[in-house]
Design a binder for this molecule. Sequence first.
Ligand code: DQA
Length: 147
Amino acid sequence: MLKILVIHGPNLDILGAREPKIYGRITLKEINSKLLKLAKEKKVGLEIIQSNHEGRIVDLIGKSKDKFKAILINPAAYTHTSVAIRDAISACGLPAVEVHLSNIYSREEFRHNSLIAPVAKGQISGFGENSYLLGLLAVLKLLGPQK
Ligand code: DQA
């Protein structure tokens, strides 16, 4: 079965309690359940990881090539700072889709720049948990029909 690596970056483990006016009340567990349900319908496998540590995310991406066909990532704050994650995505060669719960372009100026976007196939930003579901659908469209 085709497998996709899903990465949630820093502070997404505290969704639900974290700035609910911006991120809503949904928890990471609930987002993951929705992703897994959609993946099951589409007959693809997911491995879902959350980390607050840049190096761990870099390690995961670095080892992803043989096991996965694509990456769905919310790099969270590392979106705006991490050359290391950008380079890891670029080096691994897998197609990546970047997602954000909030619309990063309607927020503070420092969030308007994504270091990840130029090495991602595309970005979905601003649709709450649906950003992840749309992101997964985008990944599947990118990969095309699988035998
Ligand atoms: C985020 C947006 C980032 O700017 C922020 O640092 C996050 C979450 C989002 O999903 O809206 O942690 O990636």
